[in-house]
Design a protein around this ligand. Structure first.
Ligand SMILES: [Zn+2]
Ligand SMILES: [Zn+2]
Length: 125
């Protein structure tokens, strides 16, 4: 899986790049930059540099959390969520709205969405 992602992006898999991917897979939604740095065996600036490369090559995307902490996910696995402003319930979206959006003149390499709404139960009450 990881091999395929790197191949698609024409990026060489290095030990350090693979380590960052593994850490992000392990941390899931808490893969913020500070948590990644805590786990990584390399120094802070190397972590920043590698993440920058992985984002530019479409392997990682930055997502905005509801507590405003940016975290990183594997592009292929990224998800979006909608949050109910009344009861704070969070629902996962089935697909990425950006899959069907074309912005002419640009290649989209990163996006984030913060969607809020009112859930069915709260609408009724
Ligand atoms: Zn609700
Ligand atoms: Zn998306």
């Amino acid at each position: 899986m990881i091999d395929k992602m790197f191949k698609n992006s024409n990026l060489k898999i290095t030990k350090q790049r693979k380590e960052i991917i593994d850490i992000i897979l392990e941390l899931k939604n808490s893969a913020t930059i500070s948590n990644i740095i805590k786990k990584a065996s390399m120094n802070k600036s190397t972590v920043y540099r590698i993440i920058d490369i992985l984002v530019k090559n479409n392997i990682l995307v930055k997502q905005i959390n509801y507590d405003n902490n940016d975290y990183y996910v594997i592009n292929e696995y990224h998800k979006h969520y909608i949050k109910c402003i009344k009861c704070n319930k969070i629902k996962e979206l089935d697909n990425c709205p950006f899959d069907s959006i074309n912005i002419s003149g640009f290649e989209v390499i990163n996006h984030s969405l913060k969607i809020e709404g009112i859930c069915e139960e709260c609408k009724e009450s």
